[in-house]
Design a protein around this ligand. Sequence first.
Ligand code: ATP
Ligand code: MG
Length: 468
Amino acid sequence: MVVLAAGDASSSRSPAMEAPSSASPPSPGPGLVIRIRVPDGGAVDWTVHPAPQLLFRDVLDVIGQVLPEATTTAFEYEDEDGDRITVRSDEEMKAMLSYYYTTVMEQQANGQLVVPLQIYPRACKPPGKRNIHGLKVNTRAGSATNSATAVPDSLPSNSLKKSSAELKKILANGQINEQDIRYRDVLGHGNGGTVYKASHALNGKVLAVKVIPLDITLELQKQIMSELEILYKCDSSYIIGFYGAFFVENRISICTEFMDGGSLDVYRKIPEHVLGRIAVAVVKGLTYLWSLKILHRDVKPSNMLVSTRGQVKLCDFGVSTQLVNSIAKTYVGTNAYMAPERISGEQYGIHSDVWSLGISFMELALGRFPYPQIQKNQGSLMPLQLLQCIVDEESPVLPVGEFSEPFVHFITQCMRKQPKDRPAPEELMGHLFIVQYNDGNTEVVSMWVCRMLEERRAQQQQQQQGTQ
Ligand code: ATP
Ligand code: MG
């Protein structure tokens, strides 16, 4: 393996841009090691000092030295799922470094060996679509092949590169337990429990773990575990990946795929062209669940998760009746997204999920809950009498003029007071609003999520500066 020292390769150009603080290394180490993977399967390590001043052009210059025969215009790195992400600009470099330092921090926190940043030069390809916000994210459907096979024997094998499918298999073998989980940040509190960002001790894979305290008998615990079995079989790009669940004392931990964009309830008013693509994914996710005879029962913005890769996935569906009942016994209140017939205590069916879909998207489009008299301050559980207006009044309608006709019609149909008047699954999929946005364009959602996260980060930084 060739090892370039910093002086060998860095260009003499002075940095035109300061890297953001989020892209700073977690601790002053020996410098950033970039492992340049070459087509024959070998690798060249390049140690960079000081890393934050690194420019995209500098990296291309070094690649030019390593691969003098090829004209390299871009390079790629792999995200935690092994998907390749292209870098073609300084902005995209910043995003890559920021992502890499997050994984370094995770490796350090787990006491693991820090793996160099691996990049894959791309020779002379057309530039393709650019992400104007500088966070180019991979939107390909499948995962890239696992690169670990190409790593020479002397290099540490990168267990972080395990694909989601592989991880799912490992975890589904019943190997996941409390000892394997390293709890990190709290992602949020719900009505039933707390969701943590965590990592798996053996492979560093990031997970979301929902911990719900439940005082129930061993018998009920067993019943819940067997009811959750069906989650292993759920296999849809629109449903959150399930890795396993376990009881410890009086609490259940449910481990799922982590979505780096979080849930939709924390995003303000979402523009229609973005919301349209999100709606397509949500309708597909619901249709998938319904095809398995599973009703979601808790469709609402906080149970719709997004990622910087433009994925949209449903979570927290009521697959275990016992779990739903046990939580309901502890937490009193009625869900504000429930259909009128459910608030009235009548029968519940697919059509009730469709109402919740309608009211959720109306809220996301308006940036406020559609019934002004209902103040949702904390969570979505409300005293029943406050929700009586949903049963008594005409359904709200999106303002025509502000939103397209198909969108207004879609919401109006979903929020018909009579369940039988609401669209059936195939009618939802065939609705013009869904059809026109069913174009497979995940880049729209991905760019929007990246931009919103950047804005949120900037705001947080400003607030921090303000308090100092
Ligand atoms: P409820 O308990 O009624 O479902 P909720 O959906 O607001 O209410 P939780 O399900 O406990 O509450 O989730 C809390 C928060 O954790 C969510 O709002 C979301 O921001 C975050 N979260 C949940 N699951 C994930 C995940 N898989 N990836 C990333 N963030 C998640
Ligand atoms: Mg939830």
